[in-house]
Ligand binder design. Structure first.
Ligand code: PAN
Ligand code: ZN
Length: 197
């Protein structure tokens, strides 16, 4: 990652809501099926997709608005439509390292769900369409799932200092997985948590 530049002057960026591309954007991260391998329930489907070319699941573009006294950041993520087995494309999901850090997500294109789960196990779902804005309180893990036929694009606003903690999600996932059944998204208990219902 490039060092973050300090700029105390007002700054604007321009986002193309059809592609998720924005300028200026300092970094693009690309996550493929292999980067998310342990997150999906159907491990056979994971290995097949990797062998067939390892498709891109999502892209993240990012810009830090760092001043001498503040540290806002803007992330724009695009989940491409698709499934791994029956499970829809989704982000890894994470908690913020800093337990006092919330986040705002603003859906600009596509349809899907934002899954949120607290460390105490409170599980919440927000249904998304273009224009939905969700405030994620501190201490809730967050993952986005694209259940539609087009790219799901959203803007994230957070503090750089929030930090990303992926470990609890790698270890346990979320309470539910989102799979296609008869052409519709359904929520099923996470098979990696035998006691969840
Ligand atoms: C977002 C996410 C982004 C990708 O900017 O980092 O959507 O999701 P994962 O980080 O779970 O792969 C955010 O929530 N920042 O805090
Ligand atoms: Zn976050």
């Amino acid at each position: 990652m490039k060092p973050v530049e300090i700029n105390d002057l007002p700054t604007s960026v321009w986002l193309d809501i059809n592609t998720g591309v924005f300028e200026p954007c300092v970094e693009i991260s690309r996550r493929k099926v292999s980067d998310l391998a342990m997150m999906f329930a159907d491990q056979e489907a994971v290995q097949q997709l990797i062998a067939q070319g390892d498709p891109v699941v999502y892209d993240i573009r990012y810009h830090p608005f760092q001043t001498s006294t503040s540290d806002m950041a803007l992330g724009v993520s695009t989940i491409y439509p698709g499934k791994v087995g029956d499970e829809y494309h989704m982000t890894k999901g994470h908690f913020h390292v800093r337990m006092d850090q919330p986040e705002i997500y603003f859906c600009v294109r596509g349809t899907g769900f934002l899954l949120m789960e607290s460390k105490e196990g409170d599980f919440q779902v927000a249904e998304w369409r273009p224009g939905t804005i969700t405030h994620i309180p501190p201490q809730y893990a967050h993952r986005v799932v694209n259940t539609g036929p087009e790219p799901l694009i959203w803007v994230a606003s957070y503090h750089l200092a929030a930090g990303h903690d992926y470990e609890p999600i790698i270890a346990r996932g979320f309470a539910k997985i989102v799979v296609e059944k008869d052409g519709q998204p359904v929520f099923l208990p996470n098979p990696r948590r035998p006691n969840s219902s």
